[in-house]
Design a binder for this molecule. Sequence first.
Ligand code: SAH
Ligand code: SF4
Length: 429
Amino acid sequence: MNLADSEVVVSILQKEGYERVEEIEQADFVMINTCAIRDNAEQRIRKRVRELRALQGRHPQLRIGILGCMAERLQSQLMAEEDNVSFVVGPDAYRRMPEILKQVRQGSRTADTELSTEETYADIEPVRLHSNGISAFISIMRGCQNYCAYCVVPYTRGRERSRDPETIVHEARTLFERGYKEVTLLGQNVNSYRYKNTDGSTTSFPQLMEQVALISPLLRVRFATSHPKDLSDELLQVMARHDNICKCIHLPVQSGSNRMLKLMNRHYTAEWYLDRVAAIRHYLPECSITTDVIAGFCTETEEDHQATLEMFRTVRYDYAYMFKFSMRPDTFAHKHMVDDIDEREKTRRLEEIIALQGQIALENNQKEIGRTYEILVEGTSHRSDKQLFGRNSQNKVIVFDREEVKPGEYVRVEVTDCTAATLKGRLVK
Ligand code: SAH
Ligand code: SF4
């Protein structure tokens, strides 16, 4: 999401005549787009800002700006604490960047962190950064108002709002015409996407996804993230109808314990979650399922932790992002609960989840040996330039000997070997 936002910022600034440079030494402005989701994300940014002092010593004209969620959370306090930061801009204020940079050039220090209920940057064509020319992100909505008890996002990104579907489809079509083969539709909870069109009709997420899928069978469509409480059968039916909608669903579970899920304000139970998993398996037997999980949320007992492990054993995720709970200022947990699981215990629980998931991912991958998939080739393998890699619809990476194939092509590959993280294969002609 931050990458997508940075692409919007670059677009806004390029229109004003600013140019993006490849070497930090050539820059007059350095902007860091930040995350506030866990404390260690913020600590890394602080470290980065301090490291930039040396560069500022060599280039006294250099100005540093902090963008994104950490900017929103700390506002002008961030400039007070980091005296080499000249501007702080929240996620809904990027249209005002040209004005802000003008003030900064005149010597001011500025914070603009006003949130909006409407801003979706719908009309701004992002400038693709670090792009392979094959896959791109498209932001379809902003903000979140689910208020999960542990989560800072509703405070840093504001109210949920959906972007005009016409502009989304237009952006996807333009990318396809330029040679892109894959788009990922982004939102904190894409299942609650809903847009009221000028003719009075509404567009839901399944409808939007179908419109994007119909651009071309050669354009793959992915999406993230799905909140389990809103995952509908209708969405799964649309996915089943279109081969180019990738069969991979990221369904963050957070915990396997109903007591924890209630405290987390997730609005579903373990039973509901498993019912949604069963629906995915029913409509989309080939679909991979991935998740997010938090170890050591307030009051979590060994029994709660065991319920999470049990959830992992039952669902057998293909991939998981696994985190230790980090208490975030402003959240419900911060105001009303105590961060009472000590660090060592959080680490132990997290490591247990990681070990179990590693085992499951390896076993899942071993079952892939002998199967053949269509993959979209993305580039040269990091390990060897004689090999390429691509992903199948399930979002699994497959590495294979390159032969005459080029990035951006679809090829068929038979899986011959695996690790817990990667599949190896050979081209099938
Ligand atoms: N909107 C997405 C999640 C976005 S944040 C959803 O609801 O599924 C990405 C992940 O970060 C979350 O799924 C959660 O697992 C993790 N996370 C959020 N706040 C956290 C916190 N305070 N401590 C640890 N992990 C957290
Ligand atoms: Fe955070 Fe919950 Fe919103 Fe996801 S749904 S961004 S976890 S508040």
